[in-house]
Design a protein around this ligand. Structure first.
Ligand code: SAM
Length: 394
């Protein structure tokens, strides 16, 4: 891997096992793939909640707030903003260093909240000009301190820096009226296609095994016009709470939300027999962009694959014969995607369904996965890296 440039190495701390797993798919394009992941896609997508509004009304409302927004060419429920950048950031202010989470939002132009601060120069007072850096020393933004450094570290809440210039810039979605009123949900295009591939119909029993914070669950609800019987599982209490608040905001009140470990649904909830399952399990998130830095080891990757395998085995148990399993990840490795699924195809537990039969235009933005298994959305096509496959229980 000697040809990975200094820049990419500074951001991606991946060991050889992880790099090889990505290389199995992207081969000599791995450098370009990793480099593209350091930037956001040029479009920031929202899904319109068609149960509550229309795309025309949402577009009109957003434009009234002063933002330019466009309809997507492929999905009628999708609209997008253009992301500005990369912009030139000056870097002449007093130094503030932020954690990864804060860095990822400041990079896109969000203000800096006090809990994200890792370090700040003690001389920073209210009104000081500051420059914000990530922990691996990437200059993200310039701004003005609204409180002193000392206060930010002491009270640990509220806005510390009002950002006026950032590397990239996108509208603040959560400040939009349409967000507040539950008319939109921020979601990438590949994620929207995942729920489209599930093709939810009224009356079907659908299990979302890893549902929080509810992005795909809420889309499934909308596509079935609120008439599918949906069980949404998650084992994180905090994330379930976030999902409840998202679903409430969207007005989706007929979803069975279950706090529990979905690897044991057949034992804990033996009454559930699914027509369709969505499995969007924890993964390395290696396809998520933009990345400021990321650390992954082969041990972490192997243990995630074992975890993912357990969910698929449980999905097989609770699915009726001929039922559909959609498996999706926001990872670009081979092992979590084609490598894992191949095992189940070889064991003849599932077979693949041609995704074009469900969503005819899928290859306008997706491409066939490695070994001809599933569909990939490539960072080289200005998308987040994503994988999805439609399986049927044999
Ligand atoms: N599908 C979600 C969406 O579109 O908004 C994102 C799901 S996220 C990739 C994976 C989720 O799996 C996390 O919310 C995590 O808490 C949940 N999870 C991890 N292990 C689990 C388990 N054993 N049982 C149920 N949920 C689990």
């Amino acid at each position: 891997m000697n040809d990975l440039s200094y820049f990419v190495r500074k951001i991606f701390d991946y060991d050889d096992f992880v790099l090889d797993s990505i290389k199995k798919v992207y081969d000599d394009k791995i450098f370009d793939v990793l480099y593209s992941l350091t930037r956001p896609s040029s479009r920031l997508y929202l899904r319109v909640n068609l149960l509550r509004s229309s795309v025309n009304d949402v577009v009109r409302e957003i434009r009234e707030e002063g933002y330019e927004v466009f309809r997507d060419e492929l999905l009628e429920e999708a609209v997008y903003f253009r992301v500005e950048g990369p912009n030139k950031v000056d870097g002449s202010g007093l130094r503030v260093v932020v954690d990864k989470r804060a860095a990822e939002s400041v990079l896109m132009g969000s203000n800096l909240y006090a809990p994200g601060v890792v370090y700040c120069e003690r001389s920073i007072e209210k009104g000081s000009s500051v420059s914000i850096y990530s922990e691996n020393n990437i200059l993200l933004a310039d701004g003005e301190a609204l409180i002193s450094c000392e206060e930010a570290l002491r009270i640990r809440r509220g806005i510390f820096v009002k950002v006026y210039k950032s590397l990239f810039k996108a509208p603040p979605i959560r400040d939009l009226r349409v967000w507040e009123r539950g008319l939109v949900y921020p979601q990438s295009l590949p994620s929207m296609i995942v729920s489209r591939l599930l093709d939810p119909r009224p009356g079907e029993v659908i299990v979302d095994m890893c549902a929080a914070p509810g992005g795909k669950t809420s889309h499934i609800y909308e596509l079935s016009r609120g008439e599918a019987v949906i069980y949404a599982f998650d084992h994180s209490k905090k994330r379930i709470e976030e999902m409840i608040s998202n679903l409430r905001r969207l007005g989706h009140d007929k979803i069975n939300i279950i706090h529990g470990d979905s690897r044991y649904i057949s034992i804990d909830h033996p009454y559930i027999k699914a027509d369709k399952i969505l499995l969007d399990p924890p993964c390395t998130s290696t396809g998520v962009r933009p990345k400021i830095y990321d650390h992954k080891t082969g041990d972490e990757l192997r243990s995630l694959v074992k975890y993912q395998e357990q969910f698929i085995r449980e999905a097989h148990r609770i699915l009726r014969k001929g039922g559909v399993l959609i498996y999706s990840t926001c990872s670009i490795t081979y092992d979590e995607n084609e490598g894992l699924i191949k095992k189940f195809l070889d064991e003849k537990l599932f077979e693949e369904v041609d995704p074009e039969k469900i969503f005819r235009e899928i290859y306008r933005i997706g491409e066939r996965g490695a070994d001809d298994i599933g569909v990939r959305f490539s960072p080289l096509k200005d998308l987040p890296g994503h994988y999805v496959i439609v399986l049927i229980k044999r």
